[in-house]
Design a protein around this ligand. Structure first.
Ligand code: SD4
Length: 329
């Protein structure tokens, strides 16, 4: 007995879920709804970390990672480290619909997106991202939340020696405190970074999508879990779907969303499947920060997290509006 349609999204991205719900209500497919929902987040610059204008890399540039997946056909389209184009999720869908490829990267992804009619080239920086970056640059040890739990001076240019020294940074205690504060402010739900969304449409077809500008102060060229199918999100009509958020550099080693869907295929309830996927990562990386939501094809959903408190948003027919669920580690 399926409770369709249903929309699930990481974090309290309520407007994004409403946009996806409106799309479903007007008869659009699950895939269209995913694109509408994630686009809404990109336009609103959810948390300043989805879409343009957020999370500057080491050179101060914002780039986008995005993915869509169709759980009926198992088609996937994605872009990684895409520059100068604001519409990450639309670019991902264009890759899926109009090429035989799955993943395009960097400037060539931008060129493809623009050739397919998306607006660009555009500067993806905002005054906030420029300010944030200049401040960080002034103080080379200011932590990147994801990487500098042990503070490192990760400002390029890199030399083999620097790489060897990574993790042994020489930061003042003031910077160490900043690192600790930055970490707790993230755990306090200030900076969510990624929208991953799953939609089950009226027919029970499932689509997922993810859009993010990745990790702040990343080394240019870094690609996170966002555009990796099975890591940031995964869908299979026969089983259900999953969406993830968190430290992509760690999470992408485990394909947590593939794991969640495959566990549900073998009969696990969404709660257990989500918890199991997170536990597998935490066992090896006890300091990692991340979360997943799981939804099975009957519309039963759950979340699991490690290192922070996670929230995810749901809209289904029995709800009057989007509801936000909170999951504790
Ligand atoms: C990344 N997964 O690029 C993204 C960041 C994120 O919540 O999800 N933050 O690593």
């Amino acid at each position: 007995s399926g409770h369709y349609p249903v929309i699930v999204s990481t974090w309290p991205f309520v407007e994004a879920v409403r946009a996806a719900w409106r799309a479903i209500d007007s008869g659009f497919s699950a895939m269209d709804a995913v694109v509408e929902g994630c686009s809404a987040c990109e336009e609103l610059r959810c948390d300043g970390t989805v879409g343009p204008g957020g999370s500057p890399d080491e050179n101060g540039e914002t780039t986008l990672d995005a993915l869509v997946m169709n759980g009926a056909t198992m088609e996937v389209g994605a872009v990684a480290a895409m520059r100068y184009v604001k519409d990450g999720i639309k670019a991902a869908r264009l890759v899926m619909q109009h090429t035989g490829h799955t993943l395009l990267v960097g400037e060539q992804a931008s060129a493809f997106a623009i050739s397919m009619g998306l607006p660009g080239p555009t500067n993806l920086s905002s005054s906030e991202s420029v300010q944030k970056w200049s401040k960080w640059k002034e103080n080379r040890c200011q932590p990147n939340f994801w990487k500098n739990i042990v503070p490192v001076d990760s400002c390029g240019p890199y030399h083999p020696k620097d790489i060897a020294e990574l993790g042994k940074g020489t930061c003042s205690s003031a910077n160490l405190m900043a690192a600790v504060e930055s970490r707790s402010s993230h755990i306090g739900l200030h900076n969510h970074d990624t929208i991953s969304m799953a939609v089950i449409d009226k027919e029970g077809h499932i689509a997922v999508g993810t859009s993010t500008n990745g990790a702040t102060y990343k080394i240019p060229g870094r690609v996170g879990d966002g555009p990796i199918a099975g890591s940031s999100s995964y869908a299979d009509d026969e089983v259900g779907a999953c969406g993830a958020t968190g430290d992509g550099d760690i999470m992408m080693r485990f394909l947590p969303c593939y794991q969640v869907v495959e566990s549900m295929r073998l009969g696990m309830e969404p709660t257990l499947a989500a918890q199991d996927a997170i536990k597998r990562i935490a066992r090896k990386f006890p300091d990692f920060v991340g979360a997943v939501f799981a939804i099975n094809k009957n519309g039963l959903h759950a979340g699991a997290c490690h290192g922070w408190t996670f929230q995810y948003s749901v809209r289904s027919p029995e709800m009057e509006d989007v509801e936000v669920f909170t999951v504790f580690p």
